[in-house]
Design a protein around this ligand. Structure first.
Ligand code: UDP
Length: 455
C-alpha cells in the first residue's frame, strides 16, 4: 500500500451504466490500495463527480451523441462511432495529464480502459503508456468470443434457426441459441467484432475480469490458453471488494422510497424485477409481465425505467386501477438502489435480464434468479445461472403471463425453489470467501497491485 502511494492510474470507462459501475468499483478498490485515480469520461452519459469518490480527479472530454444515435439499437455501429469520436479529445486530455505540471501529482503508472475501446491502443502506445484492459462481462463471454473461429469451423456459426436448441458439444451446456449476438447486427460484422475484442488484450499489459475462480474456473482456463502471454486478473466481485466508500455512479436518480416499502414486506417474499439500463421491451411483453406478476400472488417491486417499453413514456398503458387492485402488493419505481434492494431481507427472487453486474449483485446476496436474457452475452449468463450454477430458472420460451406465474411459484413456494435457494446461499458464501485473505480474488488483487507498480 505504501509503495502505491503517489502512483497514478488513469481510468477510462465506456459511457454506459453497467460499464461505468464496474470501472468505478475497480477504481475505488485501487484507490483503497493507495493508488491515485484520474477518471476520464465523455460528455455523453457524463459522470457527476459530486456523487462520486471525492478523492479522484475527473476530466470530461467533449464527446457527444445525438438522441437518435444514443437510442441506436445497433451496438456495433455505436461502438464504431465512439471509437472514432473519442480519438482526438482523448489524446488531448492525455497530453494535459502527462505534462510535467500534472506529473507532480504523481507519476502515471498505467491506463485502464474498457476492452471495447480499442482506439486507446495506438494512443497509449504513442505516449509509451502501459494499457491494462477491463472486460466488464463474464469470463464465459470472453472465452466464447475467443472460440468463434472454432465455432465457425464446426458449423455452429453463422447461427442457423434449425439448430437453435442444439447443445454445443465443445462448450456444453451452452446451446446454439445462447451464442452472443446483437439485434440488427450483420452476423459477419458481429463475428469480426468478436475476433477483435478477444484479441485486443494481446497488445495490452493485462486483462482484468469481474469474476472469481470458483465461479468461472473453466472459462478462465480457456482464456489463459487463448492469451498465454497476458496476465489475467479475475478479481471480482468488485462491488464487494471495497466497503468503505459510499459513492453512487448511477446515471439515473435512485428512488429510495422502495426501501421503505420493502421494510413493510415479509422476509423473502418479494420478487424484484429489473431489466437494467439499456434493454427495451415491446408493449405486449409489458402486459404479459404485469399480468404474470399480478397473478403470481407474490408481492413485487418492479423497475420500469422511462424508455423501457418501446413507444411508451412510462406506465400509461396499464389498465386503470391495476396497481390499486393489488392492494399494496406492488411497488413500481423508475430506478432503484439495486444493490440495497438485493441485500434487503424482504427480497426472495430477482427477475433479471442477466446483465453481468445484475447477475453478480444477485449472486453476492444469495438471491435466486428468474432469467429473461435480452442480447449479446446475456443468454450465456442465463445458461450459467440455470444449468451450471443452478441458482435460477429461465423463461426459455419468451415472456408469457402463465409461464411467468408458474415460474414465480416454482421458485418462491415449491420444493424445487427451496433447493435453488440453498444453492444460491452456497454460491454467495463462495463469493464472500474468494475476497477474504488467502481467497483467489484477494490474491489476484495483490498480484494486480504489484503488476501495476512494476510497469
Ligand atoms: N441498476 C440500478 N438500479 C436499477 C437497475 C439497475 O442501480 O433500478 C444498476 C445495477 O445495480 C447494475 C447496473 O445498473 O449495477 C446494470 O448493469 P447490468 O450489467 O446488470 O446491465 P445493463 O444495464 O448494462 O444492461
Amino acid at each position: 500500500m505504501e509503495q502505491s502511494k503517489g502512483r497514478r492510474v488513469i481510468i477510462f470507462p465506456l459511457p454506459f451504466q453497467g460499464h461505468i459501475n464496474s470501472m468505478l468499483e475497480l477504481a475505488n478498490v485501487l484507490h483503497s490500495r493507495g493508488f491515485s485515480i484520474t477518471i476520464i469520461h465523455t460528455r455523453f452519459n457524463s459522470l457527476n463527480p459530486s456523487t462520486l469518490n471525492p478523492h479522484f480527479t475527473y476530466h470530461s472530454i467533449p464527446v457527444d451523441f445525438s438522441e437518435t444515435e444514443a437510442a441506436s439499437r445497433d451496438p456495433k455501429g455505436f461502438l464504431y462511432l465512439l471509437n472514432v469520436r473519442c480519438v482526438e479529445p482523448f489524446r488531448e486530455c492525455l497530453v494535459g495529464l502527462l505534462s510535467d505540471d500534472v506529473k507532480l501529482e504523481g507519476p502515471v503508472a498505467c491506463l485502464i480502459s474498457d476492452t471495447l475501446l480499442h482506439f486507446t491502443r495506438p494512443i497509449a502506445e504513442s505516449f509509451k503508456l502501459p494499457r491494462i484492459l477491463l472486460d466488464v462481462s463474464c469470463a464465459t463471454n470472453f472465452a466464447v468470443l475467443a472460440a468463434f473461429p472454432l465455432l465457425k469451423e464446426k458449423g455452429y456459426l453463422p447461427i442457423q434457426d434449425s439448430r437453435l436448441e442444439e447443445v454445443i458439444t465443445e462448450l456444453s451446456p451452452i446451446k446454439v441459441k445462447d451464442l452472443p449476438k446483437a439485434p440488427g447486427s450483420d452476423p459477419e460484422n458481429y463475428y469480426q467484432l468478436a475476433i477483435q475484442v478477444s484479441n485486443e488484450p494481446k497488445s495490452s499489459y493485462g486483462l482484468i475480469l469481474n469474476t472469481f475462480e470458483d465461479l468461472e474456473g473453466h472459462a478462465l482456463a480457456r482464456i489463459r490458453r487463448h492469451l498465454p502471454n497476458v496476465p489475467i486478473f479475475p478479481i471480482g466481485p468488485f462491488h464487494k471488494c471495497c466497503r468503505t466508500i459510499s459513492s453512487s455512479s448511477s446515471l439515473l436518480a435512485q428512488d429510495q422510497s422502495c426501501i421503505s416499502w420493502l421494510n413493510t414486506q415479509a422476509p423473502k417474499s418479494v420478487v424484484y424485477v429489473s431489466f437494467g439500463s439499456i434493454i427495451q421491451i415491446e408493449k405486449d411483453q409489458f402486459f404479459e409481465i404485469a399480468w404474470g406478476l399480478a397473478n403470481s400472488n407474490q408481492p413485487f417491486l418492479w423497475v420500469v425505467r422511462p424508455g423501457l417499453v418501446n413507444g411508451l413514456d412510462w406506465l400509461e398503458a396499464l389498465p386503470n386501477g391495476f396497481l390499486e387492485a393489488l392492494n399494496g402488493r406492488a411497488y413500481i419505481v423508475k430506478w432503484a438502489p439495486q444493490k440495497e434492494v438485493l441485500a434487503h431481507l424482504a427480497v426472495g427472487a430477482f427477475w433479471t435480464h442477466n446483465g453481468w453486474n445484475s447477475t453478480m449483485e444477485s449472486i453476492c446476496e444469495g438471491v435466486p434468479m428468474i432469467c429473461t436474457p435480452g442480447y449479446i452475452e446475456q443468454m450465456l449468463i442465463a445458461r450459467n445461472v440455470s444449468d451450471v450454477w443452478k441458482v435460477g430458472l429461465q423463461l426459455e420460451h419468451g415472456i408469457e403471463r402463465g409461464e411467468v406465474e408458474r415460474t414465480i411459484r416454482r421458485l418462491m413456494v415449491e420444493k424445487e425453489g427451496e433447493e435453488i435457494k440453498e444453492r444460491s446461499l452456497k454460491l454467495m458464501e463462495k463469493a464472500n470467501r474468494c475476497l477474504k485473505e488467502g481467497g483467489s480474488s484477494y490474491q489476484y488483487w495483490d498480484g494486480l497491485a504489484k503488476h501495476i507498480l512494476s510497469l
